[in-house]
Design a protein around this ligand. Sequence first.
Ligand SMILES: NC(=O)c1ccc[n+]([C@@H]2O[C@H](COP(=O)([O-])OP(=O)(O)OC[C@H]3O[C@@H](n4cnc5c(N)ncnc54)[C@H](OP(=O)(O)O)[C@@H]3O)[C@@H](O)[C@H]2O)c1
Length: 254
Amino acid sequence: MKIVIIGAGNTATVLGRKLSAAGHEILQVMGRSGAHAAVLASTLGCSYTCNPAEINPEGEVYLAAVTDSALGHLGETLCLPGKLIVHTAGSVPGHVLRPVSGRYGVFYPLQSLRKEMDTIPEIPILVDGVSEDIRNLLFGLALTITDQVIFASDLVREKLHVAATLANNFTNHLYTLAAQYCQGESIDFALLYPLIKETAGRISHLSPMDVQTGPAVRRDQLTIEKHINLLQGYGYTRELYIQMTENIRQFYGL
Ligand SMILES: NC(=O)c1ccc[n+]([C@@H]2O[C@H](COP(=O)([O-])OP(=O)(O)OC[C@H]3O[C@@H](n4cnc5c(N)ncnc54)[C@H](OP(=O)(O)O)[C@@H]3O)[C@@H](O)[C@H]2O)c1
């Protein structure tokens, strides 16, 4: 398909590379900053513009991968009557694009994407559209870059986004706190990599609630107290440790 990419950040770059590798023709990148748009256009071998009035009118799909807050303002500068425009946001309804075009949809990659990625991981894609033909078209487009495509309404997508934030963003924040603690105590955080990988791998075939380990679920009070002591000087992390321990206890009725 002929695709115009709006935005030049992480999602625009990764989806642009995937779509291009799948044989789609990326006609143009339209960006806010000329420098970012130029870099992505050069990666994808297409032209770029920062001027909405110069957007290529030949696109079959306009993929708007801009920040969630910018989506609501696209219609102030961009008008693409009859053209299919989609956004890539988890928590923004599809109809935010209505001022741009009555043919709108969503093409949401359920993955953590960074433009620097050398190897692009598996990306489940959740699609939605204002009509059945748009939903089917987007489903087919998504299938060209991934094996995992599902239709998902705005509400289902938002709920999945909540789950993704809990499972991914919050976990990453805990990695950050653990790394900070290791650094403060002159311990090599890399020693934890095998453990982190094992836990993440395990829950792809076992229920996470069945494989909880650690002192809280073992009711190992002496160890918990030692840990809390060793977290003196890490006030916020210490509070979180106490709260998470309590949460685990309550969850398992301990
Ligand atoms: N990254 C992820 O892991 C991920 C995963 C799934 C979905 N998403 C969704 O994908 C969308 C883009 O996220 P991202 O992570 O790719 O963000 P990003 O890397 O920060 O890139 C955002 C892009 O939006 C442009 N932009 C920002 N404000 C703008 C404005 N007011 N007007 C026009 N353009 C503006 C930026 O322009 P400049 O180039 O000038 O800075 C940049 O090109 C979001 O809706 C996000 O929810 C992201």
